[in-house]
Ligand binder design. Structure first.
Ligand code: AHR
Length: 638
């Protein structure tokens, strides 16, 4: 029996409770929200991420002296290099031979070009992102650059079906010049094919160099050039998010500091953007860059929530930390990013925004200082960034990252200001039903909470009704604790079904189709029917409580996150138990650092070390798993 006390009003429910979180994971942007149809358009995808090398087919980050782990405890993370071609997504047939070259590049951001030697009829094809969606009657704008050495003969661009049926075709006149020339045309298919390919056919002989081949549907969201895929951008707009968190996630952290994203590299002509290697195992062209992100926020009436890299890379990957005394450039870069978004047109970066066609400020309201970092070392760094940003932009809401349940520990004590703290929550099926009072028990303090990433993502396949019911109860528990929880965003948002990096996602798509899971509609329902205020309620049980079939915990690929997993951690030294802890309560001087996972389903069973499992986990989901954590002493404890 539920009794509602209509006169006993509690905290108002936050009007900005529901936002969205975009990260370049599972080709969410590249081959997803970003409407470009050519994969590897600049022939740069065979590049290794900066600051890494290949060892036995694995990407290994350079080991710098600045590890988060204890000295001598160097990260052993490595990731399988997924590429087996020098020109991924491109293939050739007939009498042409290919080579990648760095001679006479188009520009320094796209140092490689494809050398093509034709000795007779032949063709070069791009498969798009697991197909190109050719829609009859729709225009596709093609742009490419050629440096012609000696090639003479026909040069035909086309969209074709897998069986070679031509859907649209144009003959191009490739002038015999020795400098780079830009060519443009429009292809308009005569019939539909959801999995077409782009083809260049050669009928002559000679050598030429090709670079930066781009094919864009004219029909982008709001018809913006270099814009977004209309169906996916509309799905997000229809959620009416109060804010958009961008660009990550682990993506912000990078697999090391050198390869982490830098907003400045994402501005300007797309040909001059070098791209960023996503920690999820592929390159982003950065076509959906900082300006495009801010523009999209404005287009759909959402506030921007920009996440900074604070000179720290992902702990589960290389775990590198820029030394405290070399932070000035990183801080200045953060201030420049803010100035680009909201500075006056008379400022250096505000002027660049105006020159890019947007003199008015963008709706940047929130800045998050790092992603998923925590502990005293991070707190020190957070304080430095907080003060630097707050001094210049007191109107911005600054967000601290933290570990799960940190507000209940003393972890936040060393942070001098905590306007908003971001906690992430991936849970198993029914977890939220069994823990419906989860936030009721949270310590209150001088902070608001933002649940920057949440999802029910274990024991629910790729997402089902049980997941949605659990998500819905979780959202209700946030509403109920609206004095504490002011903002939230589900994660991950988008998944290309051909490259699944994470088990459960909100919106699934391939080149031609997209559909939103039930949780999407639950979030929409909650957002469109937000209560204004909580009323006091009493719940009287008529039958004894039956525990729900609890799944043992959520799984994040590369992180572990449920309290149950943190319980009963035993630390042994020379066979003697020296410590036993319940990490959920934050008790004791130990914290988990790395683990061994055993994941099983009916078809598959494997054990992997720490975060090393990324490559082989892709696209799989598991029924059961066991986790053995290694622990380390917390900083500042004996
Ligand atoms: O949402 C997927 C990942 O989960 C994010 O990149 C990271 O922040 C979290 O661990």
């Amino acid at each position: 029996v539920v009794t509602i006390h209509a006169q006993q009003k509690g905290a108002p429910v936050s009007p900005v409770l529901h936002g969205i979180f975009f990260e370049e994971i599972s080709h969410a942007g590249e081959g997803g929200l970003y409407a470009e149809l050519i994969q590897n358009r600049g022939f740069e995808e065979a590049n290794l991420p900066q600051g890494t090398h290949l060892e036995d087919g694995f990407i290994v980050p350079e080991r710098t002296p600045h590890f988060m782990l204890k000295p001598g405890e160097a990260s052993d993370w490595k990731m399988e290099w997924p590429l087996h071609s020098q020109w991924p997504a491109w293939s050739s047939e007939g009498n042409i031979s290919l080579a990648l070259t760095t001679q006479q590049p188009l520009n320094s951001a796209t140092p490689h070009s494809l050398e093509i030697k034709a000795t007779g009829a032949g063709s070069l094809a791009n498969e798009g992102f697991w197909g190109i969606n050719a829609v009859a009657g729709h225009a596709y704008n093609l742009k490419f650059y050629v440096r012609n050495g000696s090639y003479k003969g026909p040069f035909t661009v086309s969209l074709q079906s897998a069986d070679g049926t031509v859907l649209a075709s144009r003959e191009m006149n490739i002038a015999g010049k020795h400098t780079w020339q830009k060519y443009t045309t429009t292809l308009t298919p005569v019939r539909n094919d959801p999995a077409a390919k782009f083809v260049i056919s050669f009928g002559g002989k000679g050598t030429l160099w090709l670079d930066f081949v781009s094919l864009f549907p004219e029909n982008t969201f709001k018809h913006r050039p270099n814009g977004l895929r209309a169906d996916l951008a509309q799905y997000l707009a229809d959620l009416k998010p109060a804010f958009i968190r961008w660009p990550g996630g682990c993506y912000v952290e990078g697999i090391n500091i050198q390869s982490a994203p830098d907003w400045k590299r994402t501005l300007g002509p797309v040909e001059q953007r070098p791209g960023t290697y996503s920690p999820w195992g592929y390159w982003s062209s950065d076509g959906f860059g900082y300006h495009e992100y801010l523009q999209y926020c404005e287009d759909i009436g959402a506030a921007a929530l920009y996440v900074l890299n604070v000179g720290v890379s992902c702990e589960y990957r290389s775990g590198t930390y820029l030394p405290d005394d070399s932070l000035q450039a990183t801080i200045q870069n953060a201030l420049d990013a803010i100035e680009y978004a909201i500075g006056p047109v008379t400022s250096k970066w505000g002027a660049k925004r105006a020159a890019a066609g947007h003199p008015a400020p963008f709706p940047l309201k929130y800045v998050e200082i790092g992603n998923e970092q925590h502990g005293p070392r991070y707190a020190k760094r957070y304080n430095v960034f907080y003060h630097a940003i707050h001094a210049h932009y007191p109107q911005l809401h600054l967000i601290a990252s933290m570990g799960i349940g940190d507000v209940n520990r003393h972890t936040l004590d060393s942070m001098q200001h905590t306007d908003i703290v971001d906690e992430h929550a991936y849970k198993g099926a029914f977890w939220s039903l069994n823990h419906y009072d989860h936030f009721d028990k949270y310590k209150r303090g001088n902070w608001d909470m933002y649940v920057g990433e949440y999802a029910t993502n274990a024991g629910v396949g790729a997402g089902n009704m049980a997941a949605t019911l659990s998500d819905a109860v979780y959202m209700m528990s946030m509403e109920k604790n609206s004095d504490l929880v002011k903002m939230c965003s589900y994660a991950p948002l988008l998944v290309n079904v051909h490259d699944v990096d994470w088990p459960v996602n909100l919106i699934n798509f391939d080149a031609a189709h997209s559909f939103a899971r039930i949780s999407y509609y639950a979030i929409q329902l909650f957002n469109e029917n937000k209560p204004t205020v909580n009323l006091a309620t009493q719940v009287q049980r008529l039958a004894p409580e039956q525990p729900l079939p609890a799944f043992s915990g959520g799984i994040g690929l590369g992180t572990w996150d449920t309290e149950s997993e943190y319980k009963d951690i035993t630390v042994t030294q020379n066979g003697q138990v020296v410590y036993q802890s319940n990490f959920a309560q934050g008790a004791g001087p130990w914290e988990p650092v790395r683990g061994t996972w055993k994941l099983e389903d009916s078809a598959f069973s494997q054990t992997a070390q720490g975060a090393q499992q990324f490559a082989w986990l892709k696209g799989r989901s598991f029924d059961t798993y066991t986790l053995t954590l290694k622990a380390r002493k917390k900083e500042g404890t004996n």
